[in-house]
Design a protein around this ligand. Structure first.
Ligand SMILES: Cc1cc2nc3c(=O)[nH]c(=O)nc-3n(C[C@H](O)[C@H](O)[C@H](O)COP(=O)(O)OP(=O)(O)OC[C@H]3O[C@@H](n4cnc5c(N)ncnc54)[C@H](O)[C@@H]3O)c2cc1C
Length: 317
């Protein structure tokens, strides 16, 4: 049996991929039924739809708002309006709730030698802590008032993170993610209907994504864009890669194959992570950063935003 710990977006996806393919699989999560998930709920509809189709979910049913005019703003660049290439918000709580029906739920027994998939996100409850971890603080309000009708990003100085306001039908998510806890005060100007907070992992941890019979997917292994904080689709992608490897390889070859697949797909996250680190250390003009520019464009485009790279770069310089 394959035991999945953590039934967030990636754990649920892997569960249904394995189950629908005839594998013996169980899942387990610690969250309460009414838990409100801390996340902006923004994603690229065009890519997300493809993943959801595969597990029989009609994604469009969950879409709350679609971006038309996206604003990028920052401490030292003029507001820039960008086009969408699929950016939307969706009802993540409802989608995950619906996907959690009729699962085989079994607590994780660490003594058991079955394969355990750690999909517990930020907590890495089974893989354990990593010395290379880098987490940003976050604070997010669900609110019915915002200064911004459409999708809005304000980047803090020196690559520290950003403030966002995303529409959700007739409500908004207003939030901030930053290395500096003081930046979270930007959110406190809004009046909350709900308040959520948890750290977000902003660094790939592909050198510590397995231990004994445990193998990780999703935010647990750092499949979160170090630039945009987008973690939903990258985590689904990691789950799909593990699924393909489980199907194709036996126990001995599986880890090696999965490690290679993750490095191939997400290796550029190390370059983005290095770029942010360099910006924070004031090392702006250097060849590594210039080489990483094309990956900045790629990761922003993947999120569903058509990016003209130059104004964005000026902000950091
Ligand atoms: C404030 C904030 C805003 C964000 N906004 C966006 C956004 O707009 N778009 C985007 O793409 N990404 C966003 N992200 C990132 C994204 O939410 C995550 O990267 C993504 O959900 C990761 O999916 P996952 O399945 O790996 O982990 P999660 O979705 O975090 O799921 C982990 C699951 O594990 C469970 N769990 C934890 N510990 C245990 C345990 N001991 N045993 C069993 N279960 C356990 C949890 O209850 C949870 O259900 C945001 C993150 C934050 C914090």
């Amino acid at each position: 049996m394959i035991r999945i710990a953590g039934l967030g977006i990636s754990g649920l996806y892997l569960y249904w991929r394995l189950k629908n393919d005839g594998f013996d699989v169980s899942g387990y999560d610690i969250k309460k039924d009414d838990f409100y998930i801390p996340c902006g709920y923004a994603t690229n509809e065009n890519i997300m739809k493809g993943y959801m189709d595969v597990i029989g979910v009609d994604f469009q049913k969950y879409v709350l708002s679609r971006a038309k005019n996206i604003t990028f703003s920052g401490n030292n660049f003029q507001e820039k309006h960008l086009e969408s290439s699929g950016l939307c918000t969706f009802d993540k709580n409802q989608l995950e709730k619906d996907e959690s029906n009729n699962l085989k739920i079994l607590p994780i027994d660490k003594q058991n030698k079955d394969m355990i998939v750690d999909a517990t996100g930020i907590t890495r409850a089974y893989l354990g802590k990593s010395k290379n971890d880098r987490q940003y603080y976050t604070l997010e309000y669900l609110t019915d008032q915002s200064d911004h009708r459409d999708f809005y990003f304000y980047f803090f100085k020196g690559g520290r993170g950003y403030f966002w306001s995303f529409p959700l039908g007739n409500k908004y998510h207003v939030g901030a993610g930053s290395l500096s806890i003081a930046d979270l005060n930007t959110v406190r100007k809004s009046i909350p209907l709900k308040i959520t907070s948890r750290n977000i992992r902003m660094v790939p941890l592909f050198d510590s994504m397995s231990r004994e019979n445990i193998i990780g997917i999703g935010e647990a292994i750092g499949t979160v864009s170090p630039i945009t904080g987008e973690g939903i689709i990258p985590s689904l992608r990691s789950a799909e890669l593990l699924f393909q490897c489980i199907k194709k390889y036996d126990k001995e070859e599986l880890l090696n194959a999965y490690t290679k697949a993750i490095s191939k797909e997400f290796g550029y996250y190390y370059k983005l992570s290095r770029l942010i680190f360099n910006i924070r250390s004031g090392k702006i003009i250097n060849p590594t950063n210039i080489y990483a520019i094309k990956y900045v464009k790629r990761t922003v485009n993947d999120f569903g935003i058509k990016l003209d790279i130059l104004p964005f770069l000026k902000h950091f310089i």
